[in-house]
Design a protein around this ligand. Structure first.
Ligand SMILES: Cc1cc2nc3c(=O)[nH]c(=O)nc-3n(C[C@H](O)[C@H](O)[C@H](O)COP(=O)(O)O)c2cc1C
Length: 204
């Protein structure tokens, strides 16, 4: 009887140890998992090649990245809204770029220091990032973070944004290869967005 009791106690101890070891492992894995922010600028209204859109092309891509990475979405928005009409929007964008403007943003990221990896997305405007993205990049310390750029465009790819990013974030050592998706594809072909994002994330 004593022997049976002894075996029972040893068995319980082993089971207990193995479940607490699994718990510790899960907690460690959660602690090690990098925290992801998906920050993006996107413009809805009248747009090139897609007509009047309710949700911006870049926003669609940003949502897919957040879905696949489990990251937190943050929309970069200027206090002074951009006109919905395409021509008026392109004119303002051109003026702001020439003036190296830094439009004021509507909100800040809460506790930016908690994030390790930042996906930063934007439409290509006149070959570069829209100026509110510059305001965003200059508002935080990204030196210890990994930054991955992505764009939507209608022919320019990432334009000159990878160079602009490096110049704007000189202390950020890790700026990963960017991903570019055509705006009308982002708007109309969710399965193409899914595949492009998956392939890009796998490469990292
Ligand atoms: C102001 C403005 C400037 C643009 N400049 C370019 C450009 O230089 N090269 C390009 O390929 N597409 C350009 N486009 C097209 C946008 O990059 C493209 O439609 C993008 O997908 C829009 O994304 P969004 O809906 O997230 O704002 C421009 C569009 C606008 C409104």
């Amino acid at each position: 009887m004593k022997k049976i009791l002894f075996l029972f106690v040893v068995g319980c101890m082993a089971a207990c140890n193995s479940s607490s070891a699994t718990d510790t492992k899960t907690a460690e894995q959660a602690a090690q998992k990098p925290k992801v922010l998906v920050a993006y600028f996107s413009h809805s209204g009248e747009n090139y090649g897609v007509g009047e859109i309710k949700e911006g092309n870049t926003q669609k891509v940003a949502k897919e990245i957040a879905r696949q990475t489990g990251g937190t979405l943050f929309r970069i928005q200027a206090v002074e809204k951009y006109p919905a009409e395409y021509d008026a929007c392109t004119q303002r964008a051109k003026n702001e770029q020439a003036a190296k403007a830094r439009p004021t943003l509507t909100e800040r990221v809460e506790n930016m220091s908690q994030y390790d990896v930042i996906y930063i997305g934007y439409p290509i405007w006149w070959g570069d990032m829209p100026m509110p993205v510059y305001t965003f990049l200059e508002s935080y310390d990204f030196s210890d973070k990994t930054v991955h750029p992505f764009s939507t465009h209608e022919g320019s790819g990432l334009g000159r944004t990878e160079t602009s990013l490096k110049e704007t974030l000189p202390k950020t050592t890790t700026i990963g290869p960017g991903m570019a998706i055509k705006g009308h594809v982002a708007q109309k072909e969710p399965s193409a967005v899914f595949t492009a994002v998956r392939n890009w994330l796998e490469q990292e």
